[in-house]
Ligand binder design. Structure first.
Ligand code: ARG
Length: 548
């Protein structure tokens, strides 16, 4: 089911042959939408704008949806949707079990790679953003009918584990007694040791070889490190209320057995060539090669990501690959995707998208740091928000601040601003939902009918009611747009607009104090708005409380 503006656009386009660029009307007395295409067409064809407008109005077939069209000023066409049509659309949406979200025409298998923290390291702000954004995209794509496979590509493999295991053995620590915090401390000691002691460094390098060869003791200690970190990650996920579970874990180590084949196949196909001892891919138009295998024989981040693509396309049968990773890695992904295309592991029919995002800044506009100058971890951020607001509100504040900015932009972590219950914030949207829920509760307590969708047909006489109704019916279109463009801030912007219009509606249209069919129709509008707010917040991963 297309939304009203989409249907209108299509009808106009059938006549004009170009996108009619329907815009919301600037004033209620101009109707609901405006179409200025006559001015452009007239200029192109050397005709009079009002005459072009008149011929569009005479030809376009919208009488079943609109009041008679009006031509204004130099040739604007003013469009007013018939209130019965609007009312019908709201009633339909209220009856729709998906609240107006339209199932996609072609359901796809979508792999979303997100969160991806590193073992024995604290979750950094990039992992936080990735977790929040990825969770939102997974929810949106599921809502439109795609099959989403979350892949948590944790950093659980690499040369650093040689150093960590060696340090544990050197200190005689019981690895099973480590915690995330003590393993982070251990990491620092191991690093310092590695830098200052060549004998230790050599032992750490041998330990990497032992790990790769599957040496039992080495593997057991490595596994302890993973388990400790996993427990820490899961605590963070529970705190954030995101959907990731252990079933979504597909860490770097999983691909280790596939790396030799990745290298050998690339070389056999001639996609990769040896250069100064390293196996490299030279991508046309790119100055820097992608290094598949280093000259010491070790595989890095790139080889793992190539193996992951083979797995995701070949075994998981993905139609679409999404990577939610900080913007600084965009070159890495561009190279990995290009290589996979050259190798035929990423067929044209499968899309690969890097959803990059910016940094979180402190009030001073620099990278966010704690008061003692340390890099900020997930917990310090969440703690800061919880200092000023209850848990649900704090999470809404952090998530909404993260999702409501255009992804590539850096944003300032300002706890007071993002926890405010006014303005474009998560708590404001929660409050809007709680307030409308309260009205509906009161109505139900007074035995007023709030769920009879047909009641809305009676009215919608006020501009504020019409504006709200129009915005409600756009919900499906907005969700579809986020599913394709992968830009959560568009959903945030829509929900904020809806909440703002809800509040003008209260000001101009008393609900409980009005009577009979007017009250009944306003209650239906309240119910429909409550559902869209709740559904929309859920897609953002934000809890919608009944009261606040
Ligand atoms: N572990 C990496 C980091 O913390 C992110 C991994 C992203 N995913 C991927 N397939 N490379 O920066």
């Amino acid at each position: 089911m297309a939304s009203l503006p989409e249907i209108l656009s299509a009808r106009f386009e059938a006549v004009t042959g170009v996108d009619p660029e329907l815009r919301p009307a600037t004033k209620p007395q101009f109707g609901h939408y405006q179409c200025n295409v006559a001015l452009r067409l007239a200029a192109d064809r050397g005709l009079k704008p009002r005459e072009v407008a008149q011929s569009i109005v005479d030809t376009v077939d919208v009488a079943d949806l609109c009041e008679p069209l009006e031509i204004a000023g130099p040739g604007f066409i003013n469009i007013r949707i018939r209130t019965d049509v609007l009312a019908h659309a709201v009633a339909e949406q209220l009856r729709d079990p998906h609240a107006g979200i339209v199932p996609t025409q072609k359901p796809a298998v979508v792999v979303v790679d997100y969160s991806a923290p590193n073992v024995a390291k604290p979750m950094h702000v990039g992992n936080l953003r990735s977790t929040i954004i990825g969770d939102c995209l997974a929810r949106v794509l599921r809502s439109t009918g795609d099959t989403v496979i979350a892949q948590n590509h944790i950093g659980d493999w690499g040369t650093q584990f040689g150093m960590l295991v060696e340090q544990i053995l050197d200190e005689g620590i019981d690895a099973s007694a480590l915690t995330l915090d003590t393993s982070v401390e251990l990491y620092k000691r191991a690093q310092a040791h590695f830098r200052s002691d060549e004998v230790f460094a050599e032992a750490a390098r041998r330990r990497v070889v032992a790990l790769q060869a599957g040496d039992e003791q080495t593997r057991a200690i490595w596994q302890c490190l993973i388990d400790v970190s996993k427990a820490g990650f899961n605590r963070a996920y529970a705190r954030l209320g995101v959907l990731l579970t252990d079933a979504d874990l597909a860490g770097e180590s999983m691909y280790n057995p596939m790396l030799d084949a990745v290298a050998a196949d690339l070389e056999a196909m001639g996609v990769a060539t040896m250069d100064a001892g390293a196996l490299c891919v030279f991508i046309p138009g790119d100055d820097a090669p992608l290094i598949v295998r280093k000259s010491d024989g070790g595989y890095g981040y790139a080889a793992t990501d190539l193996a992951a693509i083979r797995h995701r396309v070949g075994t998981l049968h993905a139609d679409r690959l999404i990577y939610v990773v900080g913007a600084p890695q965009s070159h890495h992904f561009a190279q990995v995707f290009a290589t996979a295309r050259l190798a035929g592991w990423l067929p044209e029919a499968v899309s690969a998208e890097h959803v990059g995002f910016g940094s979180v800044l402190g009030a001073d506009g620099k990278m966010f740091k704690t008061r003692d100058g340390k890099a900020v971890t997930l917990d310090t951020l969440l703690d800061a928000a919880e200092e000023v607001a209850a848990t649900e509100v704090a999470m809404a504040a952090v998530k909404y601040a993260d999702l409501s900015n255009a992804l590539h932009k850096d944003y300032v972590f300002d706890v007071d601003r993002m926890t405010a219950t006014t303005g474009d914030t998560g708590p404001y949207l929660q409050y809007a939902h709680a307030r409308v829920s309260q009205i509906l509760r009161r109505a139900a307590a007074d035995s007023l009918v709030v769920d009879d969708a047909t009641a809305v047909i009676a009215c919608l006489g006020e501009p504020a009611e019409q504006t709200l109704a129009l915005t409600l019916t756009r919900f499906g279109e907005v969700v579809a747009e986020v599913a394709s463009s992968l830009q959560p801030h568009k959903l945030c912007g829509y929900l904020f607009e809806l909440a703002t219009q809800l509040s003008s509606f209260y000001e101009q249209c008393p609900v409980l104090k009005s009577e009979d069919e007017i009250r009944a129709s306003r209650l239906v509008l309240c119910r429909a708005t409550q559902r869209v707010l709740a559904t929309g917040l859920d897609l953002l991963g934000i809890h919608a409380p009944e009261s606040m």
